[in-house]
Every structure is written in structure tokens, then in C-alpha cells.
Design a protein. Structure first.
Length: 190
């Protein structure tokens, strides 16, 4: 029997580009469920899972956690939620993540939001966030930027070739960015 596939929007952008902030707004206005891959990994560390130490070390180094770990967490979260519309924030981060998610879940994103923001603005935001994240120090931030350029930009290029990317100038104030986001989610009238 053909199971109905959920609608998935991938929310991508560099570290500190505002993915989490804008996802919270989208949830309020458009009824999606927000799944942040980074939040799921941080919850896995806190839960005392056997993978916790490995995940913690990778996040501290700004490295990408093996996709089987992240995909398992995302799949579980999708199944646990009653909703059929999801924002997947901060995943896929490399081509291997992208391909594995497609194979394992059979899900392709309907669209991909890309929050485009200069590094200096992202760096400023991350250094003033003060939420005690182990990766919000200048040394790790530089590593996260490098991984984003080397591994995550190719994922965005892949979806650009499929005309799925909606690029948003994320260097503006939160409210202005959300105006652009809203336009993406609001069906155009005839
Ligand atoms: N802020 C937000 N918008 C603003 C605006 N328009 N103007 C001014 N300030 C703004 O925002 C960051 C800060 O900026 C906040 O203080 C906010 O108030 C302010 P936020 O919305 O949190 O940005 P976000 O893009 O979500 O930044 P985040 O740091 O979460 O992005 P990352 O992609 O770096 O982090 P994530 O949690 O996704 O991943 C962390 C690590 O987990 C990765 O480096 C990796 O090691 C691991 N990971 C994997 O291995 N695999 C995965 O699939 C996912 C993560
Ligand atoms: Mg985030």
C-alpha cells in the first residue's frame, strides 16, 4: 500500500544565518513542525546515548555527524509527530547526507530555503548568542564556516539545478527576512 509521504522543506544556510529563528516564525504562521537536526543531536547527547560522546566531539570540531545517526533521529521525530508538514533545519549538510536521506526515507524536499548571509554578520551573531553552545567560540566558528563552504554549498547547488532553492537575503533584521520567507509560503493568487 502506498503510504503518503510527508511534505518536507529543507532549511539551509550558514551557521548563524537565522535558520532556527525563521523556522519558529514559519511554525507560527504556516503550521509546519520544526525539526532542527542540530537540536536533535544535542538532545541525543543530553539523553546519555551511547553515541553521545562521539556527537559531542564532532560538534565541538564543527564536523558533520555520520548520516545514519542524524537520519535515524530525523526519521523517529517525523514518525512521532502527527503532522505531515516538516521543516528540516540544518540538514542535509553534505552530498552524502542528502543522498542517504533520499534512499532511506524516499522523501524529496518540495522546496529548499537558503538563508544567504555574509560570514562577518554570522560571526557577530554567533559570538553574541550566549546560549552556552560548545561550538560558539571563534575557533569552532571558523571550522563551521569552512565545512559549510566545502560540504554544504554543494548541496544547495544540487537543489539549484533542480530549481528547488528559494534564496533569501538573511543579513537584514528578523522581521524583514520573515517578510521574504512569507512570500515563499504564500500561494500566489491568479
Ligand atoms: N539572529 C537570528 N536572525 C537574526 C537577524 N535577522 N538579525 C540579527 N540577529 C539574528 O540565529 C543565530 C543568532 O543570531 C541568534 O542569537 C539569533 O537571535 C540571532 P539562529 O536562528 O540560531 O541561527 P541558525 O542558522 O539556526 O544558527 P545555528 O548556530 O543553529 O546554525 P548551525 O548550522 O551552525 O547549527 P546546527 O545546530 O544546525 O548544527 C550544529 C552542529 O551540529 C554542526 O556544526 C554539526 O557539527 C552538527 N550537525 C551535524 O553533524 N549534522 C546535521 O545534520 C546537523 C548538525
Ligand atoms: Mg539553529
Amino acid at each position: 500500500l502506498a503510504e503518503k509521504k510527508p511534505t518536507v522543506v529543507f532549511v539551509l544556510g550558514g551557521p548563524g544565518s537565522g535558520k532556527g529563528t525563521q523556522c519558529a516564525n514559519i511554525v507560527q504562521h504556516f503550521g509546519y513542525t520544526h525539526l532542527s537536526a542540530g537540536d536533535l543531536l544535542r538532545a541525543e547527547i543530553k539523553s546519555g546515548s551511547e553515541n553521545g560522546t562521539m556527537i559531542q566531539n564532532m560538534i565541538k570540531e564543527g564536523k558533520i555527524v555520520p548520516s545514519e545517526v542524524t537520519i535515524k533521529l530525523l526519521q523517529r521525530a517525523i514518525e512521532e509527530t502527527g503532522n505531515e508538514k516538516f521543516l528540516i533545519d540544518g540538514f542535509p549538510r553534505n552530498e552524502e547526507n542528502r543522498a542517504a536521506f533520499e534512499v532511506v526515507t524516499g522523501i524529496e524536499p518540495s522546496i529548499v530555503l537558503f538563508f544567504d548571509c555574509p560570514e562577518e554578520e554570522m560571526e557577530k551573531r554567533l559570538l553574541s548568542r550566549n546560549e552556552g553552545r560548545v561550538d560558539d567560540n571563534i575557533e569552532t566558528i571558523r571550522k563551521r564556516f569552512r565545512v559549510f563552504l566545502e560540504s554544504s554549498i554543494p548541496v544547495i547547488q544540487y537543489y539549484e539545478s533542480k530549481e528547488k532553492v528559494r534564496k533569501i537575503d538573511a543579513a537584514r533584521p528578523v522581521e524583514e527576512v520573515f517578510e521574504s520567507v512569507k512570500a515563499v509560503f504564500t500561494p500566489k493568487s491568479a
